[in-house]
Design a protein around this ligand. Structure first.
Ligand code: SAH
Length: 222
């Protein structure tokens, strides 16, 4: 896809060179997929957060985006994207649009990204950034993501970017039966783990990828 990110080139802490430093840190920490590294080196994370904290955009940390929510840590975005790409998905559903950053990264790597957010103000803000940047393969919805997006199912991949206690059954139902992958933080013994579930016909296989720290997956809309 030809999106021109050049016009968002920042300076100082938001410059391309600050972003490239972050990319080499992600490599050092174990991210190997060049497509993921490339997407993260292209997409300017600083346009997804408030100007007041834009100087921290290329720190490898989660940052506040208002309404008590956060933009995920770049290493987590890279890890989750890398796991999904192993399955070469074409159509991806994201639960928890938040700032829109994760969706923007995915939009450079897959055909279509569907993303749902339960806080209207965040949904609108993300829509605005997607339009400004010209990312046309991201479809957004203001809704409770626990229900998924049945009209657009099945999805090759579903990525939940908020901490669930249990993975909602509707999401499992909307996952492709031919190698579909669902990735979600899940809670167990007061800890959050990143879990992937693969679906091949009736066979479900699960894997844990380490601990994470996401804001909770809530019910309903705000
Ligand atoms: N992917 C985001 C991370 C956002 S943090 C990014 O790249 O910035 C998690 C987001 O999930 C928050 O915006 C929160 O409002 C949203 N969320 C929590 N529960 C939800 C639900 N049931 N449906 C949709 N979004 C939800």
């Amino acid at each position: 896809m030809s999106v021109d990110f050049k016009k968002f080139s920042g300076s100082g802490m938001t410059s391309d060179s600050s972003r490239l430093k972050l990319i080499s840190e992600l490599k050092k920490q174990g991210i190997k997929n060049n497509k993921v590294l490339n997407a993260m080196s292209i997409v300017p994370r600083h346009i997804f957060i408030d100007e007041a904290i834009a100087g921290k955009a290329y720190d490898n940390t989660a940052l506040p985006i208002g309404k008590s929510q956060t933009i995920s840590q770049p290493m987590i975005v890279a890890t989750m994207t890398e796991i999904l790409l192993e399955k070469n998905p074409k159509r991806v559903l994201e639960i928890g649009t938040g700032s829109g950053y994760q969706a923007a990264i995915l939009s450079l790597l897959v055909n279509k990204v569907y993303t749902i957010e339960r806080i209207e103000a965040l949904h609108k803000k993300a829509n605005h950034v997607f339009r400004e940047v010209g990312l046309k393969n991201i479809y957004t919805k203001f809704s409770d993501g626990n229900k998924g997006w049945p009209q657009k199912a099945p999805f090759d991949a579903i990525i939940v970017t908020a901490g669930a206690i249990d993975i909602p059954k509707s999401l499992m139902d909307q996952l492709s039966t031919t190698g579909g992958i669902l990735l979600s933080p899940v809670k167990k013994n007061d800890k959050q783990y990143l879990k992937s579930i693969e679906k091949n016909d009736e066979i479900i296989s699960e894997k844990i990828h380490g601990t994470v720290n996401f804001v909770p997956l809530l019910e309903g809309t705000d």
